[in-house]
Structure formats: C-alpha cells, structure tokens
Design a protein. Structure first.
Length: 450
C-alpha cells in the first residue's frame, strides 16, 4: 500500500504579506466585469464631466466616476451581478439605466445620450437585452448560477457544465491522481493546454495539467469558458475556464442540502456474471450562508460540502488455483528445472523447491470460485471508498467608493482507498491516498478619485 500526498496547491494571488503588514495591488487575471461607454449630447458631441454612479442592486455598494476629456467612462473592477447606472450633469436631464446584468469577465458598453433639460428630469432605460460585445474579442460561454445549481451533475463537479459549449468534451481525471475532477478538451486541444482560475487564482496543477481545487457549485456565482481570441492578460492556456465565488449581500441567504445516490434502481450489466448488482452509496451534503456584517460595507460568505462514496465494481480476474500454488502445473507449459535444465516430472514442482516467500504469499491469493467471464476463473467485487471535505470562506470590505478589499480561502481534504482482489497484481490500483489542497486570494482594487 502506498500513500500519496498529491494535489497540494498553495496558490496565492496578490499576496497578503502578514510579516510586513503591507498590501500589494494585484494586476493579474481577475473575475471582474467592466461597464464602459461614452456620454454624448443630442448633436453627438461628447459630454465632459458627467457624474456617473454605478450601484450594485444586491449590496447597495456604489462606484462613482466622471466622464473624461473625450466623454468616456470605464468601471473595470465590478463583481458579476445586477447593476444600475445613474448619470447627471448640470444643464442636461439625468439618465438612469436599470437591471444591467454583468457576467464574469464581461465588458458591457452603454453609451449615454444626455438630453438638454433639468437634472430633476430623468430618462429611464431598462437593460432588457445584453448589448453586443464590441470592446472585447474573446469567444466563450458563461454558465450562470441557476444552471450550476439546477442542472443534474453526477458528483456536483462544475467543470462538467463546460460541455454545454460547442466542441467541448470531458476526458475524466488524469492518471497522476492530482486532479480534482474531470479534465476539459476543447476544440481538439491538449489536456495540458488549459488554464483554470477561481476568482483570479490560477488553480492549475503543473504536473498533470489539471486543476487542484474544485469548489462546491453552491459556492460559485458563475463561470466562463473562454475558447479562443481572449485577452493577453490570461497568459498561459489555449482554453481558459474562470469561475467567480459568490459573495454576501445586504440580506442573509443560506441553503442546506443532502443528495443521495444508491444502487436501488441500478440494472445489472453483461460483464457481471455474479447476478448481484454492485452496491453503491453516495452522499453529498453541506450548506452555505452569506450576508452582511455591516450593511453596505462588509459582507461574508461561507460554504461547506462533504462527500462520502462507497461503491463496488465487478472485476474478472485469472487467479492461480490451489494446486498451481502448490506446484502442480499440469495442463500448463512445461516447467523446467533451472538447476538441471530438465523438465520437472509430471510438470509438478516439488514442495521443497518452492521458496518460503512464495509459500507465505499463498494466503493472499483468492480461491477461484463461481461463474466468471470467458477466459477468467473469478468474478470478484472490488470496493472503492472516498471521503472528501471542503470548505470556503470569503470576505468583502468596501472601504469607500474608490477602494475595496476582498479575500477568500478554500481548503479541501480528500482520501480514498481502492483495494484489488489480488494485492500482487495491478499494485498501483491497490492504494490509499490522503490529499489536501488549499487556495487563497487577497485582492485590493482602487479607482481614481472622481
């Protein structure tokens, strides 16, 4: 039995240096969205100095900015969510755009036409349809939270939903044993050509090219699969899968769950000659909670998910019979005495010529019995068991309209055992693994004062 200490990811984005007490601003990949645009008057001339306020409907947090010398504005560090825009300037009617849905790594353009009039007068627009993306070249698809939670997923692995995009399929976990779930193959690309990120943290495991952390689907807000022509900020990767973690809002929201899967409705299959359906017990349970610590200022979100899997599979094997283990090789190829070069009489190896090691190992060989597939003499149940516990916590602190701090930590503990009928054959399958992975991120973002 071997013990593997794998998938140990200590991944830090924008490091929080506790020893020095200093923050360093992060310029790496993020899961922020952006809202950009230009303000113009009815004649088409740009409007300089218009004051814009973008408000997150869930948290009430506001970001402000004035249009620049060419009438442009750009809010580039917004979390995915639903927003409202308010624009005003003396001598023009104010403009309100409501119900803007901003997705992960999305750039939305809303150009404003400021009508001449009083600021007290207002022009309201409801963003019923997402505008055409004209400011980025990336091609991809966003999987939203309701899809993550509502669509059936065997094992609740969010990466499985990447197959909702075209030219994407899953290859299963890698053989290195350090994969947190199924791997993605996109448009014929290699497994090692993918990049996986959670809240801007690269969770890719270099050895196997997979990902070392797979948060609970209840902990994710949404994720996006970038298939090609994406920005250079993502660096490595022919395909980029980026996910954003949920955050707390001004209201408390929580969920508890327990999913059970067993063999009660399973059917037997043709390679199982035992006539008994292999047992299966899979439980996935946990919950999440988010809300305000101080409304409009500080928010938290926590999540836990546990998985307990007990299953058996039928394995057809060819095992030595008790006579063969005792040295009787009748019906087999002729056994030759290595000391004389002559065949053993009757093709039977004398007991005295069998080593002590071989005699001691006899007790570990299962005795062939019952029905088995053609070419084998034993159909055995092999038991597999795994325990997985993962927790995640996130904190958001809005210092003021131009400065914000957010941080998260994710811890995962995975252990499994997979014994085989014969410990001397396919030894790499007879294993016990104890795997721990963690990821953390601390980000600060600042906007120029308006």
């Amino acid at each position: 039995m071997r013990t593997f200490m794998l998938r140990r990811a200590g991944i830090l984005s924008c490091a929080l240096l506790l020893a020095s007490g200093m923050f360093f601003r992060c310029e790496a990949q993020t899961t922020y969205g952006s809202v950009v645009g230009t303000a113009r008057d009815p004649s088409g001339a740009v409007v300089v100095g218009a004051h814009l306020t973008v408000t997150n409907e869930a948290t009430g947090v506001k970001a402000t900015q004035d249009t620049n010398d060419v009438g442009a504005y750009s809010f580039t560090t917004l979390f995915p969510g639903r927003y409202n825009i308010h624009a005003e300037i003396h001598g023009f009617q104010s403009v309100d755009i409501r119900d803007i849905v901003l997705q992960v790594d999305q750039t939305l353009r809303f150009d404003l036409t400021m009508q001449i009039g009083q600021v007290s007068q207002s022009v309201e627009v409801t963003a019923t349809l997402a505008p055409l993306a004209t400011d980025t070249s990336d091609v991809g698809e966003v999987i939203e939270n309701h899809q993550l939670v509502d669509l059936p997923l065997n094992g609740r692995q969010f990466v499985q939903l990447a197959t909702l995009s075209s030219d994407v399929y899953l290859s299963g976990p890698n053989n290195a044993g350090d994969s947190a779930g199924d791997q993605v193959i996109n448009e014929g690309g290699r497994l090692f050509s993918n990049s996986y990120m959670v809240d801007g943290v690269d969770i890719r495991v270099e050895r196997g090219g997979s990902y070392g952390v797979s948060p609970s689907i209840d902990a994710l807000d949404e994720f996006k699969l970038l298939q090609n022509t994406f920005s250079a900020e993502y660096g490595y990767g022919q395909t980029v899968l980026t996910a954003s973690i949920r955050s707390g809002t001004n209201s408390f929201h929580g969920v508890g769950f327990d999913f059970l899967r067993n063999n009660a409705l399973d059917a037997n299959y043709s390679f199982n000659p035992t006539g008994t359906v292999p047992p299966l017990r899979q439980n996935q349970f946990g919950g999440s909670l988010g809300g305000p610590i101080k409304k409009g200022k500080v928010f938290f979100f926590v999540n836990y998910e546990g998985t307990r899997l007990r299953e058996a599979n039928v394995t057809n094997v060819l095992e030595p019979t008790p006579d063969q283990l005792g040295g009787n090789l009748a019906g087999m190829a002729t056994a030759v005495d290595p000391t004389t070069g002559q065949p053993f009489p009757g093709n039977i190896i004398p007991t005295a010529r069998i080593s002590q090691f071989a005699k001691a190992a006899v007790q570990y060989y299962p005795t062939p019995h019952g029905a088995a597939a053609t070419g084998y003499n034993l159909a055995a149940f092999t038991g597999y068991s795994s325990n997985n516990d993962q927790g995640l916590a996130r904190l958001d602190y809005y210092i003021n309209t131009n400065n914000r701090l957010d941080a998260f930590v994710s811890i995962n503990n995975f252990a499994d055992t997979n014994p085989q009928p014969n410990p001397y054959k396919t030894a790499w399958l007879t294993r016990a693994r104890d795997t721990r992975s963690w990821a953390r991120s601390t980000r600060t973002s600042s906007a120029p004062p308006s």
